[in-house]
Design a protein around this ligand. Sequence first.
Ligand SMILES: NC(=O)c1ccc[n+]([C@@H]2O[C@H](COP(=O)([O-])OP(=O)(O)OC[C@H]3O[C@@H](n4cnc5c(N)ncnc54)[C@H](O)[C@@H]3O)[C@@H](O)[C@H]2O)c1
Length: 388
Amino acid sequence: MEDLRIGVIGSGGRGGLAAHAHKPGKGSRIVACCDVDRNVLEWNRQRYGKEIFTTTDYCELLDKDLDAVFVTTPDFLHEEHAIAAIEKGLAVYLEKPMTITIEGCDRVLAAAKRRKARLFVGHNMRYMTVFRKMRELIQKGAIGEVRAAWCRHFVSYGGDAYFRDWHSERKNTTGLLLQKGAHDIDMIHWLTGAWSKRVSAFGNLTVYNRCKRRGKNERGDAAFNVTHWPPLKQTGFSPVIDVEDQNVMIMELENGILGAYLQCHFTPDACRNYTIIGTEGRIENVGDGPESPVFVWNRRTDCYQMIGDEVYRGGVTDASGHGGADSVIVEEFLRFARTGCETAATPEAARMAVAAGYQATISLRNGGQPLDVPPLPKFARKAQKRGL
Ligand SMILES: NC(=O)c1ccc[n+]([C@@H]2O[C@H](COP(=O)([O-])OP(=O)(O)OC[C@H]3O[C@@H](n4cnc5c(N)ncnc54)[C@H](O)[C@@H]3O)[C@@H](O)[C@H]2O)c1
């Protein structure tokens, strides 16, 4: 079997994920990297070999002889980079969120349909053991018929990761309810087996707008630093911050299921905590690390039971990034690039997550007015249930 020849556009930061696909002689290898930062390209040559092609211009990369490409650039570049790669007939691993608008997602879907391209979107939470366990239990009927889905998301690293670089501006992300929330909205869809139909939200910028900014020409540092606490005493934030730092979204899903998603960027600790309630019980993850437990409560009581009636643990052996999910998702992408096989993450699901997050963002900027979530475009409806 010849190695798949793989390129990476945006080969620093999240682009490091592509290292899981660098297995020369064992099915796939990184042969080309593109990044606007030349230090990143130097690191790429050290990591993947000095013979790889490197460039600061993604069009030059796409002119090379490639089978597949990772697009791991910032969100506002996804649409342009993904469509260009699709037009070249390549299999594409596109990072989440798919794009920053609903129309952008639909243009990417249309290009993939027209070119019959193998398009994959990097919703790696679908590959985390803890959430796979929750979905498996829900599908087996552990809580009866699903009626409610709530997620609390504590983003302790938000002050570093999202308010010191491009993430802090609406023009680059639409907002953090979409940029960060795309993961959680997708999880709510996946765990409940239903898309959002109608959403409404509140949100505001209440902490980071009061922090000291850096100068317009100073470079930001978005690396997590545990000493950056408490937020109001910190400095070095983006000159422009116009995204919300807390968001509360409510969702009417298909089949009469109601959802709620709460996101806060100034918590001391970090966790995603989902609780799904059915007609015969409740399921909840406590923590989202590789060994985090999943609890199921089925016994009726009149007080809070911290520990569930049943306890399940993931048992991940490979903790190589995002609870072991990163190596698993890359493996699936490589299989998909070769064979077009079924995948747990799908572009249709990625588009629906953006659609719900986008409409919720419009809602919160218009007094919380409820808005319908546009369904998939007609040409993609056949694949409607793919990814649920
Ligand atoms: N699935 C996940 O868990 C996960 C985790 C982190 C980030 N992400 C996603 O990955 C993407 C990148 O995020 P990041 O934090 O690594 O961002 P980043 O700012 O570090 O950018 C990634 C790389 O792209 C490069 N780049 C920027 N503009 C470019 C251009 N025009 N051409 C080529 N390269 C360019 C940067 O120099 C950098 O090396 C985002 O869409 C983000 O949502 C996903």
